[in-house]
Design a protein around this ligand. Structure first.
Ligand SMILES: [Zn+2]
Length: 314
């Protein structure tokens, strides 16, 4: 079979994975054995899939997670916004499109740094935090009819794997981005040590929301094929890689409910759930040193749990 990500004629493997949110439905992935990219077999129809993007997914109120984790996530978002703004330092008031903007946190940070922002989501999250100079669009990117060459930068932060047709999305971004414009993209790295070691227990599989799976080298090749030039790339995201390791270990415990700590760390929890979260935090803290060593080691080898690429439109 031909792999649309790495372009090779390769063998494909199959992996059965449980839906970690509901714990009952099983899904099957096919993965290219050359680059470990692949896709979900028989994904749910859009009307079923939309139920997986509820208020709990986006987080209600002022925060998505319990305070300590939210503080780390906020810091990570602020650093990402600074990195984007620094890359566009020659452009006054750059226009940035955030595909899969969620609550709009990155756009808010960018607005504070003098950028204008457009967010795109599949449905308007009730917790979207609009600001002056920000716009929220709803629906598919290819339906938006943005003007050609209108954006200085486009962000796909853990979004491409959720979209039905990644090739069409990358082609459309190439059309609406200015020449030399910046694309920041991040996806879970399915060729990572974590993905290979944890298999079906890996936290970042997130089926059925994730419809596509990318290995780091496969993603770089796909971007080249779509007319982008990678300026910098990494497989290190301290938040995603470290939490992914801890939660994947916990998922592997006999009798453990999948992604339980992650679910409990969401902000809207009853007090009894807070007690359960603290109990899960005990093994999580014991695993933390191992997670830090794994995150540093795998990133140094280039097989960390996230694939992050800064690219420009040629
Ligand atoms: Zn492949």
């Amino acid at each position: 079979m031909h792999c649309w990500v790495c372009g090779k004629h390769a063998e494909f493997g199959r992996l059965e994975v449980r839906d970690a949110d509901r714990g009952v439905d099983k899904y099957c992935l096919t993965l290219c054995l050359a680059c470990r990219s692949g896709g979900l077999v028989n994904p749910p129809p859009p009307e079923v899939l939309s139920q997986y993007y509820d208020a709990l997914y986006y987080g209600g109120g002022d925060s998505k997670f319990a305070a300590p984790l939210q503080a780390i996530v906020n810091l990570s978002t602020r650093m990402r916004a600074r990195s984007i703004r620094n890359s566009l330092h020659r452009t006054p008031a750059p226009l940035v499109l955030d595909v899969g903007c969620g609550r709009g946190s990155l756009l808010v940070e960018l607005a504070g740094l003098g950028a204008r922002g457009v967010g795109l989501e599949r449905a308007a999250p009730a917790s979207f935090r609009g600001r002056a100079g920000m716009e929220l669009r709803v629906g598919e990117l290819t339906e938006q009819r943005f003007r050609a060459e209108s954006f200085d930068a486009v962000v796909l932060w853990h979004a491409l794997e959720h979209l039905g047709n990644p090739q069409a999305v990358l082609a459309e971004i190439g059309r609406i981005m200015k020449p030399g414009g910046l694309l920041l993209i991040a996806v879970p790295n399915n060729a990572s040590w974590q993905a290979r070691f944890f298999g079906r227990c890996w936290f970042h599989l997130d089926v059925p929301r994730h419809l596509h799976f990318f290995g780091h080298a496969g993603l770089l090749r796909l971007l080249r094929q779509q007319g982008y030039e990678a300026l910098a790339s990494s497989t290190f995201d301290p938040v995603q890689n470290v939490f992914g390791f801890v939660q994947s270990c916990l998922n592997g415990l006999p009798g453990s409910a999948p992604n339980r700590l992650y679910q409990l760390m969401r902000s809207e929890q009853a007090p009894i759930r807070v007690l359960e979260m603290l109990l899960w935090m005990l093994p999580a803290c014991l695993l933390l040193p191992f997670a830090l060593v794994e995150a540093a080691g795998s990133a140094a080898r280039g097989d960390g749990a996230c694939s992050i690429v800064f690219a420009c439109k040629k």
